[in-house]
Design a protein around this ligand. Structure first.
Ligand SMILES: Cc1cc2nc3c(=O)[nH]c(=O)nc-3n(C[C@H](O)[C@H](O)[C@H](O)COP(=O)(O)OP(=O)(O)OC[C@H]3O[C@@H](n4cnc5c(N)ncnc54)[C@H](O)[C@@H]3O)c2cc1C
Length: 302
């Protein structure tokens, strides 16, 4: 119920504009967002590198309303890739197709993604195409497959809460496209998605094992200690090398668990968001754990 309320709020443009320009914005977001600028995002990636943690930079933004805005997002990402290469960071970039104009023109969006993938390939980096709500699943996977066929260096994202995901993973595995497996962060109807957490978790475990057995360098993206423990057990049992997959987690969440993963010798990549368009990302983080709202409220009044 509370989760759905925060997810509903995340889609409200009026509140979004007010919040993003509010003077308390930095105070609210610093736990989950690296900062407003690319420089601040890169500084976090540099610190992570020193702790043997890989990163993927996300220039926050989604659902642009003009192709000019989409081109500006693309350029911001091209700049990010250039700066990642200059600093020799072990970083990829993550973005949403609606940030690159998917709602306005699939062709223009494709061209934006192609430019980014070409640059990532030239720089020995990679692009990770975040998965948005189910309105976009087919188009996102189509785009990921198309760009992966041309450039490689593309990671697709699959959400364990969707009934369709086992089929999508089988296809991506056959195409040797790396997958980031997450539980899923949007409000989806019960006709297409598991509503109960225990069903999502059960499906996650099954999909994770398929990816570890048959996938191409999959990313296990979760903060769920039980699932991570099961991944440790499974890879030991199957003698799957630590260089055959990676864990992924979000900046600012479960730092204790992040350290444990790295200390055990596994690869970990943190998703590092930066930028001023933080509202929808931030509200999804509150939806995942409503107790965060209390924590933030206490911080604000401190
Ligand atoms: C690297 C990465 C990339 C992602 N990309 C996408 C994407 O492209 N599309 C998409 O739909 N979703 C994405 N997600 C979000 C994902 O779908 C989940 O909503 C999110 O990860 C929470 O689920 P969980 O697996 O951590 O499990 P949960 O069962 O939700 O949480 C397990 C435990 O993790 C901790 N935790 C989880 N979330 C929070 C939080 N917000 N604050 C504090 N503690 C928390 C708590 O201790 C909780 O008990 C991504 C997640 C990660 C880690």
């Amino acid at each position: 119920m509370i989760r759905r309320f925060f997810l509903f709020l995340s889609t409200q443009g009026g509140i979004r504009r007010w919040m993003e320009t509010s003077p308390i914005s930095k105070k609210l977001t610093h736990r989950f967002v690296a900062g407003e600028t690319l420089e601040e995002g890169l500084a976090v990636c540099t610190e992570l590198q020193q702790e043997s943690i890989l990163s993927t930079l996300d220039n926050l933004g989604e659902n642009v309303t003009s192709l000019g805005e989409a081109a500006a997002s693309r350029d911001a990402y091209l700049e990010a890739l250039a700066r990642i290469a200059e600093r020799g960071l072990p970083s990829t970039v993550s973005f949403k197709l609606t940030q690159f104009g998917l709602d306005l023109s699939e062709d223009a969006c494709l061209e934006n993604v192609r430019q980014l993938a070409a640059k990532a390939k030239a720089n020995h980096s990679g692009v990770e195409i975040d998965m948005e709500s189910s309105d976009y699943t087919d188009r996102t996977l189509r785009m990921a497959e198309r760009v992966a066929a041309e450039f490689g260096c593309v990671r697709a994202v699959i959400q364990a809460y969707l009934f369709r995901s086992a089929g999508d993973i089988d296809r991506l595995n056959r195409l040797a496209i790396p997958v980031r497996l997450c539980k899923g962060a949007y409000n989806e109807p019960p006709a297409i998605a598991f509503a109960e957490k225990r069903d999502v978790d059960r499906n996650y475990l099954a999909l994770m094992k398929t990816l570890l057995d048959k996938g191409t360098y999959p990313a296990i993206a979760t903060h769920d200690e039980r699932i991570i423990g099961e991944a440790f057990r499974y890879v030991r049992e199957r003698r799957i090398g630590q260089d055959k997959f990676e864990f992924q987690m979000l900046y600012g969440i479960r730092r204790d668990l992040q350290r444990r993963i790295v200390d055990l010798g596994y690869r970990l990549r943190l998703y590092v968001p930066y930028g001023t368009a933080w509202y929808p990302y931030f509200m999804r983080r509150l939806a995942e754990r409503p107790a965060n709202a209390l924590f933030l409220a206490r911080n604000l009044f401190r």
